[in-house]
Design a protein around this ligand. Structure first.
Ligand code: PSV
Ligand code: MN
Ligand code: MN
Length: 389
């Protein structure tokens, strides 16, 4: 059966359930998923970095590969940079190169963990000189963002301690907040800070920004220019991430996501490959927010980004698969019957409410996505089309 016929049958069923397919398609049009430059070069674990034929060797090649992912999916129009990994002399030229490949430069990620100076931390370091070095590096990234037209500075800190007594929790917290205030004061109009948390690794006793609470408190101190970034791989096993997302959204502090999946820790596996229902439930909170007029502007600014390094999978197909997994989960979240759900919740219909979510999650959205892609001149199966690109 052709793409059109399959879609017609699918659309008839969905329209019959009361789904507004024009709205669903508009929201699919609006979904943009940024890919990371560091997902296109050779990467590995501490055991081995495997070389892959065709892996990007420099930032120009990384941007070109991000361009391929966007050409195949139509949903990945920007690429994040990591400085100094992606340092170049002329960022204006790099931005032009990106445009030539059909993408733009997105979030700038300062690297605050790979200098010898950062052994005891960056913004939390006991030595004022090291803290100054880290602040200057973030300011350098703000200058880069001005040239590249990026509106997000994305901060992840490896800061923490390995042993009880190594440093003073509250002193470190004050150093962090003071330095973050200095950085925030350097932000130009229209640029914002996203503050990421992670509960352990590389620090093994305590991490200064370990969870959404510590990140939220920091973002609150900094005012409206700072929000929290939720990296799906950065939680203890069993954490209810969708509940965190709903809470941050309700507090006006949800800034963005780093999507990836994991089985054990911060594994950076392809998003949706291990916990597809969790991904759906997270995105369902975003769709719920879109439907509330006070929350909608915040939801529209949430930055969807992938944070994955593919160690054994081919780079471009893995990124295409990841974008498709997010898009698929999002399409399913757009199909939730909100009216029926609210009624089931009011009536205390526990199983009924749960089944409504499962109905949306179990809907096969491939006919919709294939038709949406064909309408845009994209391959109906971008993962298949990415082999050998
Ligand atoms: C390290 O855990 C990490 O994966 C964080 O998620 C950052 O966002 C990323 O590296 C890039 O610095
Ligand atoms: Mn991350
Ligand atoms: Mn991570």
């Amino acid at each position: 059966m052709g793409v059109n016929r399959r879609y017609e049958l699918w659309a008839e069923e969905q329209t019959g359930r009361g789904v507004d397919l024009d709205w669903v398609r508009r929201e699919l049009d609006a979904l943009e998923i940024e890919t990371p430059s560091w997902g296109y070069g050779d990467s590995g674990t501490r055991f081995k970095v495997f070389h892959q034929e065709g892996a990007a060797r420099d930032v120009y090649e990384k941007v070109a590969q991000a361009g391929k992912v966007h050409r195949l999916t139509g949903a990945a129009p920007s690429v994040a940079l990591h400085i100094p990994w992606d340092r170049v002399d002329d960022y204006g030229a790099l931005a032009r190169h990106a445009r030539e490949h059909g993408v733009r430069l997105g979030a700038i990620n300062p690297n605050l963990f790979q200098e010898d100076a950062y052994r005891l931390g960056s913004l939390c370091h006991p030595d004022e000189g090291v803290r100054r070095q880290a602040v200057e590096h973030i300011r350098e990234c703000i200058e880069i963002a001005k040239v590249t037209g990026s509106s997000i500075i994305s901060l992840w800190f490896a800061d923490g301690t390995n042993y009880p007594g190594q440093d003073d929790f509250r002193a470190r917290r004050r150093r962090l907040l003071e330095a973050l205030q200095q950085v925030t004061a350097s932000l130009p109009e229209g640029m914002r800070l996203l503050i990421e948390y992670k509960f352990f690794e590389p620090a093994f006793y305590h991490t200064d920004l370990a969870d959404w609470g510590t990140a939220y408190l920091a973002a609150s101190r900094l005012g409206p220019r700072a929000q929290v970034l939720v990296d799906t791989g950065h939680h203890a096993q069993g954490t209810n991430i969708e509940h965190i997302v709903a809470t941050l959204l309700d507090e006006g502090k949800l800034g963005g996501f780093h999507f990836n999946d994991r089985k054990y820790a911060d594994d950076d596996l392809m998003v949706g490959s291990i916990h597809p229902f969790q991904l759906f439930l997270i995105l369902k909170e975003l769709v719920a927010g879109l439907r509330e007029p006070e929350l909608e502007p915040q939801v529209r600014r949430v930055a969807y980004m992938i944070d994955q390094s593919h160690n054994i999978e081919p780079k471009v197909p893995a990124m295409v698969q990841s974008v498709v997994n997010v898009q698929t989960a999002y399409a399913k979240a757009l199909l939730v019957d909100w009216g029926a759900l609210a009624q089931a919740q009011r009536e205390g219909d526990v199983i009924g409410a749960h089944r409504l979510l499962r109905d949306a999650f179990e809907t096969d959205v491939r006919p919709l996505l294939a038709h949406w892609r064909e309408g845009k001149g994209l391959p109906p199966d971008p993962v298949a089309a990415s082999a050998g690109v």
